[in-house]
Design a protein around this ligand. Structure first.
Ligand SMILES: Nc1nc2c(ncn2[C@@H]2O[C@H](COP(=O)(O)OP(=O)(O)OP(=O)(O)O)[C@@H](O)[C@H]2O)c(=O)[nH]1
Ligand SMILES: [Mg+2]
Length: 751
């Protein structure tokens, strides 16, 4: 395989809503570039970036996958990302190794929830966005309102700089070509063919429209560029070569978001998309030098670099692309802001590391694949320098040494061995000893640090039970392997119940974890209903006495207290009041009463959940000169609390979620009906582009498997997001069932 330099490399993340056709389009691009003999399909598991058995079984991407197309002298590295909202954090992590985002919009449904979300990710990372209206083969492309309505929607959301650089050619045979609005040539395809087009004339019926669109594009490109404007006014147009250069620049600087058309499934306009990426996507070495922190201060402050925009000074180095810290030995080959390769630092102490072969070797691990046979495979981006097979590097994050024994580039799950990788490229290496996702490695003494994405928080927890003793022995090891490759899996043991708990992004994610445990690690577990963290509280005021007395033989025990408990507003937790006057309880024993109450409250009264939002006040009591001690008053506090609880109208509290559901309008009615059926309260609905957004408050207990319902109610086109809003009283009928099935509160000792 040819050795590619930064200028010959394009790194592109393929992003978009679930089922917009990302994995299929990647397969089509790879086939058009003759990387595969036939076009891979998601349905039969032959798509290059859909190799994981769980993903194939579920027909959806769950983790980032990497592939490459060698195309006319350049290597285009493609990162296929998940579009299912539950796995959107993966798409965000894909922003680190790339210089551009290919944002797919399903031409049938338009911009959807995750499309918006990934657009934001790319924006936050200061990455150019190239929009592809995909699935153009479908008779429903344009969503019934026509493509112009779709374009208007894009303008509304992302600004008028979202501009077509092609026009689709459709006819009785469907979508079969595009007009290139820069060169004004047409490209024709055989739907279902190999993605290779043939150049032809622009169809006569499209000439006028193409000219107008060309003009609009030229004007937009020239805008803000004085010399181009002058040329435009003097000559009436801009020569093609100038237009190409200017458009490339405008895309790199986010002044223009080009819109293209394609069909992955029918493999139409894909070789032209490869051409487009070659010419217009930023080259890997066009990424602005990465900002790194000076070491002397000793403060590892986070500094963000600025994606791929040409940096012109310190002010520009504040985007949020790759953020890097530098350790010691700063000034070691760090380039200046203009990227001319001279070591230098900016006033603020920020140093920059250009994407250049002449710099010290540094690489950043953005993904780990854990295979029971091959072991761990680390996917990395070469930040600077040239990495060669057998290079020994230091893991700056963990301080160990690692030998990069077998360098390769990944074509899906297949590793293609290479001897060297240049600055800006994406590669992989197997069997590193102690290196994980998020680590920075490199030449000893030239330490820099890339700031990894914050680990996402899981939103659902299940209890899991190993099926057999053998499964129990294997469980922790297997789950830790899975955690290496999936940042969202959490595994822990509940200190109270001693249950194993596994947390993830949602129902499907957890099911996939269970399935992976079985397939890969032959460890079988059963899932138990996810736990809702209920609480208990009181609705009324009550007083009670706790009197603990043991005075038979030897040293006795005596404690006696009278307490009052009363409700507090939601979210207040626990308060303690001391109204002992005149020493009916000696001062040093009052904290013991409080402790007795609090400890008992945490164990629950009705169903074993902590009692919250109440105030307990001790107002009277008595003591014994010899027999009273701390323990006695603790026990007295406990007894008083339990008695008081009986009369204080105890009840259960449940977490209520603030839920936002987004789906195409036509599903809104069904979705609201469903939410109402879940004891939910719909707060309102508004439009977001072509989608309806429903805001509701729903008890967590009713939302545990909502993802499944949403998928089936919306044919997979809805998404939702939720977080705990507050706790609310559980209605009596529901509470009864919870109390009946609750484990008994932990037995009381010494009573
Ligand atoms: N008509 C048509 N269908 C397509 C096209 N691309 C994909 N599909 C279908 O849409 C479904 C989803 O395709 P994928 O390629 O898996 O979509 P994806 O964007 O990778 O989906 P996620 O990984 O779940 O985010 C499959 O059933 C494909 O056959 C296309 O260009 N035209
Ligand atoms: Mg996919």
């Amino acid at each position: 395989m040819k050795v590619y330099r930064g200028s010959e490399i394009r790194n592109v993340a393929v992003m978009g809503h679930a089922h917009s056709g990302k994995t299929t389009l990647v397969a089509a691009l790879l086939h058009a570039a003759k990387m595969t003999l036939t076009q891979g399909r998601v349905a039969d598991g032959t798509a290059v970036t859909a190799y994981d058995e769980e993903e194939v079984a579920r027909g959806t991407t769950m983790q980032n996958a990497v592939a490459f197309a060698e195309w006319q002298g350049v290597k285009i590295n493609l990162v296929d990302t998940p579009g299912f909202h539950m796995f959107a954090h993966e798409a965000r992590a894909a922003m680190l190794p790339v210089e551009a985002a290919l944002v797919l919009v399903n031409a049938q449904s338009g911009v959807e929830a995750v499309t918006e979300r990934v657009w934001k990710y790319a924006e936050e990372a200061n990455l150019p966005r190239i929009v592809v209206l995909n699935q153009m083969d479908s008779p429903r492309a344009g969503g019934g309102q026509g493509l112009s309505a779709l374009m208007e929607d894009l303008h509304e959301r992302w600004g008028r700089t979202c501009v077509p650089v092609q026009l689709p050619i459709t006819g009785p045979e469907g979508f079969h070509g595009v007009v290139d609005l820069v060169t004004m040539q047409a490209f024709y395809y055989q739907p279902g063919g190999d993605g290779r087009g043939r150049i032809g004339e622009v169809p006569a019926g499209m000439l006028a429209a193409a000219r107008a669109a060309h003009e609009a594009l030229v004007e937009l490109v020239a805008e803000g560029k004085d010399e181009l404007m002058e040329e435009y006014f003097a000559v009436g147009t801009i020569p093609e070569q100038h237009l190409i250069t200017a458009l490339h620049e405008a895309i790199r600087e986010d002044r223009i978001f080009p819109v293209l058309f394609a069909s992955g499934l029918a493999n139409v306009a894909t070789d032209h998309l490869l051409d487009f990426l070659k010419v217009y996507a930023p080259a890997a070495d066009e990424r602005a030098p990465m900002a790194v922190m000076g070491a002397e201060s000793g403060v590892m402050e986070s500094v963000a670099a600025n994606g791929v925009h040409a940096a012109t000074g310190a002010d520009e180095a504040n985007g949020s692309g790759l953020a890097i810290h530098v350790g010691n030995g700063s000034g070691n080959g760090l380039g200046n802001a203009a990227g001319h390769g001279h070591a230098g630092s900016l006033d603020s102490g920020i140093m920059l590391r250009p994407v250049a072969d002449s710099e010290p070797v540094a690489l950043f691990v953005f993904k780990t694949m854990s295979d029971p046979f091959t072991g761990r495979i680390s996917f990395f981006k070469v930040i600077s320098g040239v990495v060669k097979t057998d290079t020994v590097v230091e893991n700056y994050t963990r301080k160990g040494q690692e030998r990069l024994s077998h360098l390769s580039v990944m074509q899906g799950r297949k590793a293609v061995e290479v001897m060297e990788l240049h600055a800006g490229d994406v590669g992989a290496v197997a069997k590193l000893r102690d290196t994980f996702t998020g680590d920075t490695l490199g030449q000893k003494g030239a330490e820099i640090r890339v700031e990894p994405e914050a680990r996402p928080e899981p939103s659902m927890t299940y209890a899991i039970e190993p099926k057999t003793r053998a499964d129990e022995d294997k469980l922790a090891g297997a789950l830790h392997k899975l955690m290496e490759e999936d940042q969202l899996v959490r595994f822990f043991r509940d200190a109270e119940t001693h249950e194993f708990l596994v947390a993830g992004a949602g129902q499907q994610h957890i099911e996939a974890i269970v399935s992976r445990l079985k397939r890969r690690y032959h460890t079988e577990v059963t899932l138990k209903a996810p736990k809702v963290p209920y609480r208990e509280t009181i609705r009324g005021k009550a007083e009670a006495q706790g009197r603990h007395k043991k005075q038979s033989g030897g040293h006795g025990q005596f404690g006696d207290c009278k307490i009052r408990i009363e409700p507090l507003p939601r979210g207040s937790g626990f308060e303690f009041g001391n109204e002992i006057f005149g020493g009916s309880i000696p001062r040093q024993y009052v904290p013991a009463v409080e402790k007795g109450i609090l400890e008992t409250a945490l164990r629950g009264f009705l169903a074993g959940y902590p009692v919250v939002d109440f105030k307990a006040t001790v107002f009277d009591g008595s003591y014994h000169d010899v027999d009273s001690n701390e323990l006695s008053f603790k026990v007295a506090g406990r007894m008083a609390f339990r008695k008081a609880m009986e009369q204080a109208r105890p009840c259960l509290l449940e977490p209520v979620m603030k839920v936002e559901v987004e789906a195409p309008e036509e599903f809104a009615g069904a979705l609201m009906g469903d939410l109402n059926g879940r004891r939910g309260r719909v707060q309102g609905m508004h439009a977001r582009g072509r989608s309806a957004v429903i805001d509701a408050e729903v008890p967590m207990a009713e939302m545990l498997t909502y993802g499944l319902t949403l998928t089936s109610l919306t044919q997979g086109r809805g998404s939702f997001h939720m977080e705990v809003k507050h706790y609310d009283i559980v209605p009596p009928a529901v509470a009864e069932k919870i109390v009946a099935s609750a484990r008994k509160p932990v037995a009381e000792e010494d009573e």
